[in-house]
Design a protein around this ligand. Structure first.
Ligand SMILES: [Zn+2]
Length: 207
């Protein structure tokens, strides 16, 4: 089964991608990972990609789809795959549509408020890189790392202004994909327990 996983940043796509991948025996593929590993090879294509990422520029859609198509030829994709984090725009979806046939799109729906609360509560230890949450996984002493006693910080990615900006980009650019893929879309409520969401997705994909 060839799947796309949609959902706002912080909706839990990575977690569900791992569950679906394990349950169906198909790989979860992130274009970010493909780009990073192509850069590592130092090939002419890798160098071209590096010229974009070094500038902080987006890699052109055509190039990403070409890379993706190449990855999808690998033996582990024989029975399908899950695309996590791509496409993010209608233009990318159109490129992808021309390259591959997608069976289903799983959309993990979580309201902005919940995402802001989830991400805003994340705390990070700059010393040992442990992660905590002010509600879901509290440190023993508020603001202090359980493991190395260093003061915890908030990563830039988790600051409310960053989260709100990423949500706005998602609503503007990625949400239109819901209409684009309406015919093959399975929407699930992403605010419940991880296991409940995973089993609803797997049931839905059987239907
Ligand atoms: Zn620590």
């Amino acid at each position: 089964m060839k799947l796309i996983l949609l959902g706002a940043p912080g909706a839990g796509k990575g977690t569900q991608a791992a569950r679906i991948s394990a349950a169906l025996g198909i790989p979860a593929i992130s274009t970010g990972d493909i780009i990073r590993s192509a850069i590592k090879t130092g090939s002419p294509l890798g160098l071209e990609l590096k010229s974009y990422t070094d500038k902080g520029a987006l890699v052109p859609d055509e190039l990403v789809v070409a890379l993706l198509q190449d990855r999808l030829k690998d033996a582990d994709c024989e029975n399908g795959y899950i695309l996590d984090g791509f496409p993010r725009t209608i233009e990318q979806a159109k490129f992808l549509d021309r390259a591959v046939h997608i069976d289903r799109v799983v959309n993990i729906v979580v309201e902005d408020e919940v995402i802001v609360r989830r991400m805003g509560g994340r705390r990070f230890c700059p010393t040992c890189h442990a992660t905590f949450h002010t509600v879901y996984s509290k440190p023993q002493v508020e603001g202090i790392c359980d493991h190395c006693k260093a003061p915890l910080t908030i990563r830039d990615d988790d600051k409310p202004e960053t989260v709100l900006h990423r949500l706005k980009v998602y609503h503007d650019q990625t949400e239109p994909l819901e209409a684009h893929y309406a015919d093959i879309m399975l929407s699930v409520d992403g605010t419940r327990d991880v296991e409940v969401i995973a089993s609803e997705i797997l049931e839905g994909l059987k239907a």
